[in-house]
Design a protein around this ligand. Structure first.
Ligand code: FAD
Ligand code: MLT
Ligand code: ZN
Length: 504
């Protein structure tokens, strides 16, 4: 898939030899994988849109092993592709040619957890969901959450500077990551695994690696600050008659819910169609008999007109918002949430909805939003855009593209982290179509640049988007990034062909 669609030439790296294999076998005995069947899964990305042809997968367990591997690769001029859970959305997690795949899958040990401060120190290959369980048992939560939690690794999260579903409340990993241990391209171990909240001694080097997508170093351990687990969590899943109402509902909820607001996500009716149709999830605002009553009030929020998700989607059809509150006292939160709901229902900003506080019901409502990407991938070939835009213009691009693409697209959908100004614009077609791609690009990027938005809000640039960095950053910034790359990885062996545009 890779080379035909994204023209790129292999750089003059060495090819893995028998002697290299023997050297790796000494460094990570029994964890040098050359079996093509095992390699297949690591060569293809989650979206199945890019494929590499690596013949070697290494599975170190320790930082020292990573260091020895990189020292050898550096000496031998062998290219390396760091890989976590392989859930990345921009083709950064798989090789482009025959780069060696360096997996963190076996680096999955928690090193320490401080139950006064909530500081977690762990190896980079810990799966996010396992970490969540670990800290929740101790009364804390991870400061980030994403639909890929069951597979993605914390090292991958840091390497992509993942945003996700808790960003609105706990902010970026640039704030919650306290320290990192990184192995540089030549094998040097950079131990900046601080657990301090405050540390202004010199440049904050860890920040360089957060979001560097495996191009500057291999993250081997992470120190991260976990907030206390909220005692009360409620989710309201509401339908709004138009995007303007989605925005007004957001303003209202910021005012009325204040400090307990922890997520404000949105999805359009086509997304609802996709999750109900492809994943057989039930829409809570489609059939009143499926309504989940609020545990505290027993009230059901329902107005008769709601979208029938099994019918073809009407472009005028409503939007859905998922609002989460997290606080320390259930009664207080319920009171605030009820005031908010009364207001948005009586003013017509919201036409229908349901509220849940029970853990399983909360999860079921979140699944409608979290599983959109899975539903999309069952719909056909997915053209994926992840944009930061001024919130008030965020949906204009979706409407515009529906008209522009017409019947060439199966679906043109908009969803995302509205509270963070982050639109996920996705288009599907039966199979990959150069004509659809031609209608989308560079149009989407130009539209975004005109709004002074970002062409990658949270997924990074990886392989697929490295050519569009210039839409969101000036040439001086690009040049400095190239210089930093050359300083930290002079031979360019770490994740070549990724993140930065190809140099002339
Ligand atoms: P991988 O996919 O394996 O790698 C991603 C990149 O990081 C690659 O460039 C790789 O080389 C590099 N890398 C991985 N590990 C390391 C390491 N230890 N050291 C250096 N570089 C490394 N992203 C969001 O931001 N927000 C979301 O809400 C979100 N939701 C998602 C939902 C689903 C269903 C899926 C499939 C993906 C979602 N993503 C989201 C994208 C993806 O999960 C994140 O980018 C995630 O952080 C990647 O982690 P990973 O371990 O799978 O990394
Ligand atoms: C999400 O928010 O669901 C993720 O970023 C994945 C996606 O964009 O599809
Ligand atoms: Zn997202």
């Amino acid at each position: 898939l890779t080379r035909e669609r994204y023209p790129v030439r292999r750089l003059p790296f060495s090819v893995v030899s028998g002697e290299d294999l023997a050297a790796f076998e000494r460094i990570v005995p029994g964890r040098v994988i050359t079996d093509p069947e095992v390699l297949e899964a690591s060569n293809v990305d989650w979206l199945r849109t890019v494929r590499g042809s690596s013949v070697l997968l290494l599975r170190p367990r320790t930082t020292e092993e990573v260091s020895h591997i990189l020292r050898h690769c550096h000496e031998r001029n062998l290219a390396v592709n760091p890989q976590g859970g392989n859930t990345g959305m921009v083709g950064g997690s798989v090789p482009v040619f025959d780069e060696i795949i360096l997996s963190t899958a076996l680096m999955n040990q928690v090193i320490s957890f401080h139950d006064m401060s909530g500081t977690l120190v762990c190896q980079a290959g810990c799966v996010l969901e396992d970490l969540s369980r670990h800290v929740e048992e101790r009364g804390f939560v991870m400061p980030l959450d994403l639909g890929a939690k069951g597979s993605c690794h914390i090292g991958g999260n840091v390497a992509t500077n993942a945003g996700g579903l808790r960003f609105l409340r706990y902010g970026s990993l640039h704030g919650t990551v306290l320290g990192l241990e990184v192995v540089l391209a030549d094998g040097t171990v950079l131990n900046c695994l601080s657990t301090l909240r405050k540390d202004n001694t010199g440049y904050d080097l860890k920040q360089l690696f957060i979001g560097s997508e495996g191009t500057l170093g291999v993250i081997t351990a992470v120190s991260i600050l976990c907030p206390p687990k909220p005692r009360a969590v409620s989710v309201a899943f509401l339908s709004c008659p138009g995007f303007s109402e989605v925005l007004q509902t957001f303003s209202t909820c910021k005012g009325l819910l204040g400090e307990i607001l922890s997520a404000y996500e949105f999805m359009d009716a086509e997304c609802m169609w996709l999750v109900t149709h492809h994943l057989r999830l039930a829409s809570p605002v489609q059939d009143p008999s499926r309504f989940i009553p609020d545990q505290h009030t027993g009230r059901r929020y329902h107005v008769a007109e709601s979208v029938c998700a099994s019918e073809p989607v009407d472009p005028e059809s409503p939007f859905y918002v998922l609002i989460e509150t997290s606080g320390s006292r259930a009664g207080h939160d319920a009171e605030k949430l009820n005031d908010f709901l009364e207001q948005v229902l009586s003013s017509g900003l919201v036409t229908d909805g349901t509220v849940a506080t029970d853990h399983m019901k909360v999860k079921a409502l979140w699944a409608l939003r979290e599983r959109i990407s899975e539903a999309l991938s069952r719909d056909g070939y997915v053209y994926k855009y992840d944009l930061s835009l001024p919130t008030e213009r965020l949906y204009d691009l979706v409407t515009d593209l529906r008209a522009r693409l017409g019947p060439r697209a199966k679906h043109v959908v908009g969803y995302g982290h509205l509270g963070d100004g982050n639109l996920h614009l996705n288009v599907t077609s039966e199979a990959f179509s150069p004509s659809v791609l031609g209608a989308l690009e560079p149009y989407v990027y130009e539209w975004t640049a005109e709004q002074r938005g970002s062409v990658s809000a949270e997924h990074g640039l990886g392989f697929k988007k490295r050519g569009v960095l210039g839409y969101s950053k000036p040439p001086e910034a690009l040049r400095l990034m190239q210089q930093l790359k050359a300083l930290l990885d002079p031979k360019g062996i770490l994740n070549p062909y990724k993140t930065l545009p190809a140099q002339a």
